[in-house]
Design a protein around this ligand. Structure first.
Ligand SMILES: Cc1ncc(COP(=O)(O)O)c(C=O)c1O
Length: 483
């Protein structure tokens, strides 16, 4: 503030030089200060009120003293004192005699607040939403240590724009991980670090669109996100049915698409593991028309009591684009993932990634690299694997005891299960209505596609719920539907 060093009758507030929120709002008040003298007081009050209401001045922000603000705005001190008093009376500001003036806590900004923008929880007593890991298992201590380590070791030049493909160190660590755990043919030169499977799909969508493709096949039932992501790139989707071995090849061939998105390790949502025969058939199809299989390995890290199912990409890297992320193993909020494409698409994908965001944040990339190199990632997977297996077992046992005759499938891997309940608990609409009223959120398999047989089939995510919560949730569900 211009008056620094003067003798204040009120404590000094933060000025623009502090970089405080006040600095931005101060600019807003300048036009008020140059309003005609008659209207100046009223205009100043309105501008200040607006700054508070829109959140430009956040609750708890300390305002400068009336003397300072008056000097900075070039108005009389009385005008500022009056504005402060008026807004304090209205509840926008609060003042402690002699201690200063603050933006009040009770003010509800008209503009969006962090709280308003946060994803809403369902408010259910038990929410079996699929696809969510247990975020309380996030390895905060190891992550914080890796963060400190990275900041200590990163040379200054490494903070410049990264290679759009990602930091070489991370690509090397990812190549080792994906080859070892998923059987991926992973050349670090060809890995692109992306912000999740979502970005991988969008990148592929743009590249395929630029090559003239206007449709891709998607699994039905499948992830609604796939359709939305390709739509964002101007590509339509053709829903393709499954059979007991995975994506059905007959309808795929008949559809005329040249690219298809699939989740072979643990089909979303049915949990089917694509059979060896079906894998070979899918790759034959791709080779026959030089097409592309887009492999979404969204939860391939978690398997419990079945032999590892390696990635399809390992069988034919020339016809498979492979993508995965840390969204299930660490946290979706990290927005970190990877994409490997056939050599023929590589340059176009990297150029798209470059024009989209100039690469992922380098500190995050270095952090994940260090986390992988030091074995922290493997430790995390083992820890989650133990916890999720226990939760899966709790779900299967609770369903057997409360809903005898239920067939549970898709439970050898992943973070969710499919429960086919006996018809006596139906019909589906009544079942959903009653469970909802009891505070239990469940989703019918039918919600994920058109090709779903009738009946009481539920998609139950369990990884984010404790075994006790799972048991309670299933018991609540059973009470709710009992006649
Ligand atoms: C089928 C499927 N693919 C991918 C993802 C994860 O996407 P991302 O890596 O962008 O978080 C999810 C998340 O729920 C999913 O259900």
């Amino acid at each position: 503030m211009t008056s620094s060093g003067t003798n204040h009758s009120e404590p000094a507030g933060p000025g623009p030089s502090d970089g405080a929120p006040w600095a931005a709002a101060w600019e807003l008040l300048l036009p008020a200060a140059s309003a005609p003298a008659r209207a100046r007081g009223r205009t100043l009050q309105a501008a200040l009120r607006e700054a508070v209401r829109t959140g430009r001045l956040a609750p708890g922000t300390r305002l400068p003293s009336s003397r300072e603000l008056a000097a900075d705005l070039g108005v009389s001190r009385g005008l500022v004192t009056e504005a402060y008093e008026q807004l304090t009376a209205e509840g926008y500001l609060r003042s402690d005699r002699g201690a200063g003036t603050w933006v009040g806590d009770a003010v509800r900004a008209a503009g969006p607040r962090a709280r308003d923008l946060a994803p809403r929880s369902s408010g259910a007593r038990a929410d079996f939403v699929p696809g969510t890991p247990d975020l309380s298992l996030f390895p905060r201590t190891a992550w914080a240590a890796a963060h400190r380590g990275v900041l200590a070791e990163l040379p200054h030049h490494a903070l410049g724009y990264p290679d759009p493909r990602g930091l070489p160190r991370l690509r090397i660590a990812l190549a080792e991980l994906l080859a070892r755990r998923r059987g991926v043919v992973a050349d670090p030169e060809r890995i692109v670090v992306v912000s999740g499977v979502a970005q991988a799909m969008a990148l592929l969508g743009f590249v395929l669109h630029a090559r003239g493709l206007r449709t891709v096949g998607v699994e039905d039932p499948g992830s609604p996100e796939h359709g939305a992501l390709y739509a964002s790139a101007g590509i339509g989707t053709v829903p393709l049915p499954l059979d007991g071995e995975g994506l059905a090849v007959g309808p795929l061939k008949a559809s005329g698409v040249r690219a298809v998105v699939t989740t072979p390790a643990h089909q979303f949502p049915t949990g089917i593991a694509c059979s060896a025969r079906r894998r070979a058939e899918l790759l034959d199809w791709a080779r026959s028309l030089d097409g592309l299989v887009i492999e979404d390995d969204y939860d391939g890290d978690f398997r419990y009591d079945r032999a590892p199912v390696g990635a399809l990409q390992g069988l034919d890297p020339g016809h498979v684009a492979y993508t995965g992320s840390v969204s299930k193993s660490l946290a979706p909020g990290l927005r970190l993932g990877w994409l490997l494409v056939p050599a023929s698409l590589s340059e176009e994908v990297v150029e798209r990634k470059r024009t989209m965001d100039l690469g992922n944040p380098v500190v995050d990339q270095a952090l994940l690299a260090r986390f992988l190199e030091r074995g922290d990632y493997d430790r995390q997977l083992r820890r989650c694997q133990r916890a999720y297996r226990e939760r899966r077992d709790a779900l299967v046992a609770a369903l057997a005891s409360h809903f005898p005759g239920t067939e549970v499938s898709g439970v050898a891997a992943g973070l969710h299960a499919i429960a086919a309940l006996p018809g006596r608990y139906g019909p589906l609409d009544r079942f959903l209505e009653r469970t909802r009223a009891a505070g239990v959120a469940v989703r019918p398999l039918a919600q994920y596609g058109t090709a779903v047989e009738d009946g009481l089939r539920l998609v139950l995510g369990y990884a984010h719920l404790s075994p006790a919560r799972i048991r309670d949730g299933v018991a609540l569900m059973a009470d709710a539907v009992r006649d």
